[in-house]
Design a protein around this ligand. Structure first.
Ligand code: SAH
Length: 387
């Protein structure tokens, strides 16, 4: 069995619940090739379970199994079964969900999404990549799916020196499939240049937003129209705004598919549109802001802060008294305290008291692991302008 010796700092980190061990904390690696599962020992020879070894990434080891026999197919099968059992508890009224959320399911760097009878893998490290056939095999056996694909075009794979690729691994995948969540139907394209047609992590936030949405509404950065479609029944009209033509087409088709005639799709740059609306004196009762991650890395946090603030500021200018702001950030680097600080800063600038109605995160099928802050990335604050 290949072996990795880790230092005391790494042991402490594991004890605090983190699963990642950086290169600097690895003392020695014996007989291991990139992607192998290695036994972990500290410098006194005490065992600490098993980890995926990467020969390229700064994250050299990812803990993946406790002290005992090395993880085999039965071990992974059991993990997947537990992942599914948990989803049965937390996912209601949807045939699309994240079946495996990496660290949150103790299978670091493995993502498996389910869209009806179609499964989509992301193997984001050498370790989960090396086990790709095992994942396909277990899924096949447990679910007898119509198809299994890989969507391995995530740039993080570059850190692992893994190629960016996508394709069908098993079965047949139609160009577009229909999924439903919370009584709303979506068309989803799993492979291709676009992102998939649904953001599963916002599923619960859509329902939360609908609880308070009223009057004239704006869904900014709408993509396929997830928020607009969910709030449409409770508002007079909603405009879904996105700068991408493809996204707008998707949102229009989803609106038609769900017979929502009060959704109007607008192709525009969000920043410009919000400013133009303010100049024109337009006002809204509900505004959703769900921008792409502005902060892709630690160094970009300050410029991202300004971006979020500018956006929230412009939205707050447009909000009627009593109006609802649903504001999101999917950037891990923009931490929750920082995000709230940004919002307070923006509210202060427009001189409007804002009350927090709900402070939310990603849907429960994307469960953060307590010791791994990186797994807690989505913030969704629902606030009300009191004046
Ligand atoms: N709210 C969506 C997800 C949004 S993803 C949902 O629930 O499904 C972010 C979206 O922002 C993408 O569709 C992208 O096309 C769009 N976008 C990025 N920059 C933009 C800009 N400056 N103005 C408007 N839309 C933009």
């Amino acid at each position: 069995m290949p072996l990795a010796i880790i230092d005391a700092a790494a042991v402490k980190r594991l004890r605090q619940g983190h699963l990642w061990i950086y290169k600097a904390n690895v003392v020695n690696v014996r007989d291991a090739r990139g992607g192998d599962v290695v036994a972990l020992e500290d410098q006194r020879g005490q065992p600490h379970g098993y980890a995926f070894f990467s020969d390229a990434s700064q994250i050299t080891l990812r803990w993946c199994a406790p002290v005992g026999p090395p993880p085999d197919r039965a071990y992974w099968c059991d993990r997947l079964r537990q992942a599914e059992a948990y989803r049965k508890q937390v996912v209601a009224d949807s045939n699309a969900y994240r079946l495996v959320y990496g660290e949150g399911d103790l299978i670091p760097s493995l993502i498996i999404d389910r869209y009806a009878d179609h499964f989509v893998l992301q193997t984001l490290s050498q370790g989960t990549e090396a086990l790709k056939d095992t994942w396909v095999d277990i899924l096949h056996e447990a679910f007898n799916p119509a198809s299994i694909s890989e969507r391995n075009d995530a740039p993080v794979r570059k850190h692992e020196q893994l190629p960016l690729q996508q394709g069908v691994l098993h079965g047949a995948l139609p160009e577009e499939i229909a999924i439903h969540m919370n009584g709303v139907e979506f068309a989803v394209a799993i492979l291709g240049s676009q992102k998939t047609g649904a953001f599963l992590d916002q599923r619960e936030n859509y329902v939360a937003a609908a609880r308070y949405a009223h009057g004239r509404a704006l869904d900014v950065f709408a993509f396929a129209g997830g928020f607009a479609l969910h709030i449409a029944p409770n508002v007079a009209r909603v405009q879904a705004v996105d700068s991408s033509e493809e996204a707008c087409a998707l949102a229009r088709r989803n609106a038609a598919r769900n017979q929502r005639e009060n959704i109007e799709v607008v192709q525009a740059n969000a920043f410009d549109l919000l400013r133009d609306y303010d100049r024109a004196g337009e006002r809204f009762d509900t505004i959703v802001l769900d921008p792409p991650a502005f902060a892709k890395g630690k160094s970009a946090v300050e410029s991202a802060y300004r971006g979020y603030k500018e956006l929230n500021l412009r939205a707050l200018h447009l909000l009627n008294p009593g109006g609802i702001l649903v504001t999101c950030s999917c950037s891990y680097h923009m931490t929750e305290p920082r995000f709230l600080e940004m919002l307070a800063d923006a509210a202060g600038d427009v001189g409007r008291p804002l009350r927090i109605v709900e402070q939310r995160l990603q849907a429960r099928d994307h469960p953060p692991l307590l010791g791994v802050p990186e797994t807690k990335y989505l913030k969704c604050v629902i606030a009300q302008a009191l004046a």
